[in-house]
Ligand binder design. Structure first.
Ligand code: ADP
Ligand code: MG
Ligand code: MG
Ligand code: MG
Length: 400
C-alpha cells in the first residue's frame, strides 16, 4: 500500500480522465464526493456534455465517524471489489458493474447507479417496490447457495473462505451487534427517554443467552460468502430495478445473517412509520405492505434456494433425502434470530437508522424506538423455535 493516498476531488478527476474509453478526450469533468457512509470516500465523476459518469469508491485507513483515531484496514477495498465481482457473476442485473480495482489506492471503479435511490430513503417516502422481494430473494438464493459447500467443491470453498478472512470488519459486527447493546458499553448511544427499556435489555439474561448463541454462529459458521452489511442503505432501488452495493463486510458466515438483515431493515421502517405515515389508515396500509414484503422476501428466497439445490447440488451427500428440509428450517431460525439482533442494535447501539432517528417529535420517536425494541427482542427469543415466517408477522402485529 506504499503508493496509497486519499484522493482529493481534483485527483479523482485526473484518475477518471485516465480510464480508457470512459470519457471523451478533453472533457471538462465534474467531481462530487457523495459518500454518506462512515468508512469511505465516494466520488461521482461526470461529463455534463456527454452525460457519461462513473463512481470511484476509495477506502480510507480509518473510520470517518471518529476521525483518524480508529484505524481500519484498507484490505476491505479488496474484499469489497472481489465480493462485487463474485456477486456480479452470479447476479449481473442486481449489482453495479466493476470496471477496475486498484489495490495500491484501495479504489474500486464502478457503474454509476444515480438513477436509483437508496432504499432506506424510498421506504421513508413510503414508496412501494413490488419487484423487490423477487430481486433480493434471487440475490440471496444465488449468492448464498453458489458460494456454499452445497454447490462448491469443498476444497475450493476452503480457499475462498481464506480469501475472505475479514477480521477487522467482523470485529465491528461482533462488538456493535453481538456485545455492546447488551451491556452498559460506552459505545452505546440512546435518547434519555429510553433508559428504562435499555436497562431491561441489559438485565435480560434469557435474551443474552440467545444473543451468545447467535454470536457463536457469526463467529464459527462459515456457511457461505455473505454480503455482511445488507441493510436498506446498501440497496439502490427504483421500481423496475434493484442493485446491491457496499459488500466490504463480506466474509464466510451464516446465511441467515444476510437474510435477517433485509428483514430487520423492513421492520425498522415498520416501526418508523409511527413518524412517517400521515394517518392511522395510511400507517396500517403501508405496514401491511412491509409485512407482506417480509414474508415474500423469505418465500422468494426459499423457493429459489430449493430450486438451485435440486438442480445444482455438488455431490451425493448434498442430495441426501431430508437434508434440504432440515437445512432450510435451520436457515429460517437463524434468519429470525439475526433479524432481531440487527433491529436491537439500531435503537441504542452506536449506529442508528434514519427511519427512526429522523423522526423529529421526541414522543413519536420514542414510540417507534420502543416498538422496534419489542419486535427485535421477541424475534431474538423466538428464533430457535420458529417454524414459519408467519411468526415474524404475528410478532410485529402484536408488538406495542
Ligand atoms: P460506505 O461503505 O461508506 O457506506 P457505500 O458504498 O454505501 O459506502 O456508498 C455511500 C454512498 O455513496 C451511497 O449511499 C450512495 O449514495 C453513493 N454510492 C455508492 N456507490 C454508488 C454507485 N455505484 N452509484 C451511485 N452512487 C453510489
Ligand atoms: Mg454503505
Ligand atoms: Mg452509506
Ligand atoms: Mg460500507
Amino acid at each position: 500500500m506504499s503508493n496509497y493516498h486519499a484522493f482529493t476531488e481534483a485527483e479523482a478527476i485526473e484518475y477518471a480522465r485516465g480510464i480508457e474509453g470512459m470519457f471523451p478526450e478533453g472533457a471538462q469533468l465534474v467531481s462530487r464526493e457523495i459518500g454518506d457512509g462512515n468508512l469511505n470516500l465516494v466520488f461521482h465523476i461526470s461529463d455534463p456534455v456527454s452525460g457519461r459518469s462513473v463512481i470511484l469508491k476509495q477506502a480510507v485507513p480509518y473510520a470517518k465517524v471518529v476521525g483518524e483515531s480508529w484505524p481500519l484496514t484498507l484490505d476491505r477495498a479488496r474484499i469489497e471489489s472481489e465480493a462485487l465481482i463474485i456477486q456480479g457473476r452470479l447476479c449481473p442485473d442486481l449489482t453495479p458493474k466493476v470496471y477496475a480495482y486498484e489495490p495500491d489506492l484501495a479504489l474500486t471503479v464502478m457503474e454509476d447507479l444515480s438513477d436509483h435511490i437508496i432504499m432506506r430513503r424510498g421506504l421513508m417516502e413510503r414508496n412501494r417496490y413490488p419487484l423487490f422481494a423477487g430481486h433480493i430473494g434471487e440475490f440471496l438464493a444465488k449468492t448464498l447457495f453458489f458460494t456454499s459447500d452445497l454447490a462448491m467443491n469443498q476444497q475450493e470453498k476452503k480457499l475462498q473462505v481464506k480469501a475472505f478472512i475479514n477480521p477487522e470488519l467482523c470485529k465491528i459486527t461482533e462488538d456493535l451487534i453481538f456485545d455492546d447493546p447488551y451491556t452498559d458499553s460506552p459505545n452505546n448511544s440512546f435518547d434519555v427517554h429510553l433508559r428504562d427499556a435499555v436497562e431491561s435489555i441489559w438485565a435480560d439474561t434469557e435474551l443474552h443467552l440467545e444473543v451468545a448463541l447467535l454470536r457463536e454462529k457469526f463467529l464459527t459458521k462459515a456457511q457461505a460468502l455473505l454480503h455482511g452489511d445488507l441493510h436498506t442503505g446498501s440497496i439502490f432501488i427504483k421500481p423496475d430495478s434493484t442493485k446491491v452495493i457496499d459488500p466490504e463486510f463480506a466474509y464466510y458466515g451464516p446465511m441467515g445473517f444476510d437474510i435477517g438483515a433485509v428483514i430487520a431493515n423492513l421492520l425498522l421502517n415498520y416501526a418508523g412509520q409511527e413518524g412517517w405515515s400521515p394517518s392511522d389508515a395510511d400507517r396500517a396500509d403501508y405496514r401491511r405492505y412491509l409485512l407482506d414484503t417480509v414474508r415474500d422476501v423469505w418465500t422468494e428466497f426459499e423457493t429459489r434456494f430449493r430450486a438451485l439445490w435440486n438442480e445444482h447440488a455438488a455431490d451425493r451427500m448434498a442430495k441426501t433425502p431430508g437434508y434440504q428440509d432440515l437445512y432450510v428450517a435451520g436457515l429460517l431460525q437463524d434468519t429470525i434470530g439475526f433479524a432481531g439482533a440487527k433491529m436491537v442494535r439500531r435503537i441504542h447501539g452506536l449506529s442508528h437508522v434514519a427511519d427512526i432517528d429522523r423522526i423529529e417529535d421526541a414522543a413519536v420517536r420514542e414510540r417507534a424506538q420502543r416498538l422496534a425494541l419489542a419486535i427485535g427482542t421477541a424475534l431474538i427469543k423466538r428464533g430457535r423455535s420458529a417454524r414459519s415466517i408467519d411468526e415474524v408477522l404475528d410478532i410485529a402485529l402484536s408488538a406495542t
